[in-house]
Design a protein around this ligand. Structure first.
Ligand code: SF4
Ligand code: SF4
Ligand code: FES
Length: 338
């Protein structure tokens, strides 16, 4: 197909022109705002992600200009590509909103009421979804499945009870690390994230699993229970890192950097993946060149902590000693990083 071909699509009556092959979800993201369906498993930087959680369901009320019949069922917008003339309903369809409620209810069937003590609270997509679409009660009468917490490596803790089996962390391991030692074992209600024979997930990009996890199932052990995210101040900073982009968000409490994460966009996705050295080993302001406050959405609980100016101490650049150990790994990562 010629490169300049564009498809005209409308989502909740808002027109948008997109390239053939674009998914409905990404077309909606071009429009932005409330029409964008929630996405708990799709992650634009992870190839093959999506199609697992069904939170992104939409109604295709007109298939295309050539075949205007509506699609008979709601479709996963992260997996359905647009056709020319397609008309989609997201928040304007009562059926879609009802289905989202059902999906949230399903995701919460086995989910614990942990928000008051969960590190993800305040930046958790499941928490947001529950507020938007959740029921106050549960109709579930059976005992919830529970798991013991597992340390996977010395920096990451897996709290499987909170996992929604979105597969994002598995894609991170597959696509960013040289060797995948964890995955989803079992099927149906026996499915769980697990390492093979209690192997540690330990490689230079494994920390990105924490950032892609949409819930509090994979947490940063160096930050666990240190603070609530809304009491911390996100600040953009970078360092000259030989392994990753070195562009991060530092989360301050007073003068202390409590955690380091990738910079997240409006959909909670990392703008660029970062290495474990940046994430776990550089928690002094002097390790970084401070750029300024990270702008977060005004609607986010994090932005309740107002601050406009920072006076960082003079920057002392760290002597970088990390060597590019695995050429093949870095080449693969380079292809994935923007
Ligand atoms: S993962 Fe999200 S919804 Fe679940 S307990 Fe943590 S903050 Fe609450
Ligand atoms: S641990 Fe987190 S990222 Fe991995 S499958 Fe579960 S919810 Fe998804
Ligand atoms: S985001 Fe589409 S199915 Fe999960």
């Amino acid at each position: 197909m010629a490169e300049d071909v564009r498809f005209k699509v409308s989502i909740d009556g808002i027109p948008v022109d997109v390239a053939p092959g674009t998914t409905i979800l990404n077309a909606a993201r071009l429009i932005g705002g409330d029409v964008v369906p929630p996405a708990m498993c799709y992650y634009s930087k992870l190839e093959g992600s999506g199609g697992k959680c069904r939170t992104c369901l939409v109604k295709v009320s007109k298939g295309s200009e050539k075949d205007p019949r509506p699609m008979p069922k709601l479709v996963a917008s992260c997996r359905t590509t647009v056709m020319d003339g397609m008309e989609v309903q997201s928040i304007t369809s009562a059926e879609v909103l009802e289905a989202r409620k059902g999906v949230v209810e399903m995701l919460l069937i086995n989910h614990p009421l942990d928000c008051p003590i969960c590190d993800q609270a305040g930046e958790c997509h499941l928490q947001d979804l529950s507020y938007e679409h959740g029921l106050a009660d549960t109709r579930y009468e059976f005992e919830r499945r529970t798991f013991d917490k597992i340390d996977i490596g010395d920096k990451i803790q897996l709290h499987m009870t909170r996992c929604i089996l979105c597969y994002r962390c598995v894609f991170v391991a597959d696509q960013l690390t040289p060797q995948r030692v964890h995955g989803i074992l079992g099927r149906g209600d026996a499915a769980e994230i697990s390492t093979y024979i209690a192997k540690a997930v330990d490689n230079e990009f494994s920390g990105n699993m924490i950032d892609v996890c949409p819930v509090g199932a994979l947490t940063d052990k160096t930050f666990r229970f240190k603070n609530r995210v809304w009491f911390t101040k996100p600040v953009e900073a970078h360092r000259d890192c030989p392994t990753c982009s070195g562009k991060v968000t530092l989360w301050y409490k007073g003068e202390d950097v409590l955690r380091v994460t990738a910079r997240k966009d409006t959909y909670g996705e990392a703008e660029a993946f970062i290495c474990n050295t940046c994430r776990f080993e550089n928690k002094a302001t002097s390790d970084w060149i401070i750029e300024g406050p990270r702008v977060v959405k005004r609607t986010s609980v994090i932005s309740s902590n107002h601050y406009e100016q920072l006076n960082p101490p003079p920057v002392v650049k760290k002597n970088l000693t990390l060597q590019a150990a695995n050429k093949e790994q870095f080449e693969r990562i380079e292809r994935l990083l923007p």
